[in-house]
Every structure is written in C-alpha cells, then in structure tokens.
Design a protein around this ligand. Structure first.
Ligand SMILES: NC(=O)c1ccc[n+]([C@@H]2O[C@H](COP(=O)([O-])OP(=O)(O)OC[C@H]3O[C@@H](n4cnc5c(N)ncnc54)[C@H](O)[C@@H]3O)[C@@H](O)[C@H]2O)c1
Length: 281
C-alpha cells in the first residue's frame, strides 16, 4: 500500500462515486476501508468495489474502527446524520486525520463543534460524474486544516475532476449548479429521449441520441472555453429561419431559461433551509 489510508463512512451514491474515481485514478483497494449500514449492502459493495466494507448493523463500532485507521475520512451519510457520526468517531480519529464531509448544508462550524478541538475538517460539494473522471468539487477548509491537507484532498479528488477551493458562503451556490447539476442534465436527457420516441424513433435509439448529444455538447463547451461561450455555440447551431430556431423560440415562449434559474435558486434556498433546521432554527 502506498498513499494515505482512506475511510469512507457511508458508502452510498456520492461516496461510491468518489471511490470509483479514486480507484480508477490509482488509489489501491488496500488503502480504503468503508462502512455501510446493513450487512447485505456491506457485502454487495465490498464485492463491487473490491474494498473492505464494515457493516454498522453487525458492529456498533464499525465507523470508529474504520475512522481510527485513516488519514483521510470521508463522511458520506445524509446531512442530518453528519454531526452524530462526527460525535461517534470523535475519540477514535487520529488527531491529524482530516475529516472530509460531502454533505449538503452541514457547515464546517457544526462539524468542528462535534469533533475534538483542533481536528482538521474539510467541507466539500462533489458531484457524481467523479465516477467517470469528469466531476466537479467545491471545497472549503476548516479552522484547523493545513494547506498541505487541502492540497492532499484536492489532489486525490482532482484526479477524477476539477476541484474549486471556494469560501464556504459559496458552497450552496456551487451545489445548486454543480452538485445538483447532473440531475438537470439527466432531466434534459429524459425529455429529449421522450421527444425522440414521440417523433417515432425507437426509444432505445432516442435515449442513446440524447446521451451522445449532451456528451458532445459538453465536450464542445469545454474545448471552446475562452473562444466561444454557450450562447455562441447555440447560435452556431441555430440557422436563421431553420429548424432549431423553432425549438428555441418554443423554449423561450415557455420561459425555460427563467424556469432553470428558478430551479437552481430553489436548490440553493433548500440547502440554506436545511442548515437552519440543523441549527434548530
Ligand atoms: N447523490 C449526490 O449526487 C450527492 C452530491 C453531492 C453531495 N451529496 C451528499 O452526499 C451525502 C450522501 O448522499 P447519497 O446521495 O450518497 O445518499 P445514499 O443514501 O446513497 O448514501 C448514504 C449511505 O450511508 C449509509 N449509512 C447510513 N447511516 C449510516 C451509518 N450510521 N454508518 C454507515 N453508513 C451509513 C447508507 O446505508 C447509504 O449507503 C448527503 O449528505 C448528500 O448531501 C450527494
């Protein structure tokens, strides 16, 4: 085993996507110990990822046992479970281990208060495309986290996507665009596939066309950065008096742009609301 030992507490969708990215970027399975709630899911995930997965159902101390071994501890449970998990592993953690939360809405202050004084903490907002090497991560460091620890975590996650170190006040906004954003793109893909099927295409072909088109458009957006923005690339597809113009006019008439902005604003507002609830407000 080379590299730091990594614990992944709560191996669900998000920690699973991070783990897939880590393993494909060269982290060895021996470096990782994970936990899950049920023994059935622990067994299934252990087989899937090829890492050790301890089940909390079998052993109350599973999270503590995993955390005690690690230099980096990812917390991948639901927001309302994070501070209880912090309190549960508090005495087991190595003093220099860095605790990395992936949870929406849970602040650095909340985690620091639930952990031992001086424990390094990082709050992230990742997205699931980390699993295919094309993720986005927002990252904010806590009071006791060294620059070296920020760089270590950023380097690990950066092997499967882009990492943006931002002030914590901006995490909800980043979450509304990049954390939730894959769901917006999948929603668009669902509607494009349904439209293709309604227009007479085989549904499987229509779904494939939607996926390939969104992938191609995303690749063009990235490869044209600094040269042509999204609006320009859209105009390049939209011939005057042509077919695309009819589609875009229909979207504009329904104020789809405003709907998308309102959706993202609602996601950010919900994060702030959960933070308030967790503070007991
Ligand atoms: N899914 C996403 O796209 C996404 C993106 C960014 C952030 N997040 C954040 O990730 C966190 C997890 O979300 P998710 O979508 O992966 O949910 P999930 O339900 O898929 O994963 C949570 C996992 O934690 C396990 N778990 C629950 N209690 C446990 C315990 N006490 N000990 C060990 N494991 C336990 C569950 O069995 C489950 O596998 C949330 O806080 C969410 O805000 C999710």
């Amino acid at each position: 085993m080379t590299g730091p030992k990594i614990a992944m507490l709560g191996l669900g969708s998000m920690n699973g996507a991070i783990l897939t990215g880590l393993l494909s970027s060269g982290v060895s399975p021996e470096q990782v110990v994970a936990t899950s709630r049920s023994s059935e899911s622990a067994q299934r995930r252990s087989q899937h990822y090829g890492v050790q997965v301890l089940a909390e159902e079998n052993d109350d101390a599973a999270n503590r046992t995993a955390a005690a071994q690690a230099e980096i501890v990812f917390l991948g449970v639901k927001p309302y479970q994070i501070t209880d998990l912090c309190a549960g592993i508090k005495d087991a953690l190595k003093p220099g281990a860095v605790v990395v939360s992936v949870a929406a809405a849970v602040t650095l202050e909340m985690m620091e208060a639930a952990l031992a004084e001086g424990q390094p903490v990082i709050r992230t907002m990742p997205n699931t495309p980390l699993s295919v090497g094309a993720g986005v991560v927002g990252l904010s460091a806590g009071t006791h986290t060294s620059q070296q620890q920020v760089e270590l975590v950023a380097e690990l996650l950066g092997a499967s996507g882009s990492v943006h170190v931002i002030p914590e006040e901006q995490i909800d906004a980043l979450s509304a665009i990049a954390g939730s954003g894959p769901a917006y793109a999948f929603y668009l893909a669902e509607q494009m596939a349904a439209a293709g099927a309604e227009l007479g295409l085989d549904p499987e072909l229509a779904a494939g066309l939607a996926a390939e088109t969104i992938y191609g458009a995303g690749k063009m957006l990235l490869e044209n950065q600094g040269k042509a923005d999204a609006a320009q690339l859209r105009r390049n597809v939209t011939s005057p008096n042509g077919t695309t113009e009819q589609a875009i006019s229909t979207f504009d008439a329904a104020d789809m742009g405003q709907t998308i902005r309102a959706g993202a604003a609602a996601a950010a507002a919900r994060a702030a609301e959960i933070t308030g609830q967790l503070r007991g407000q």
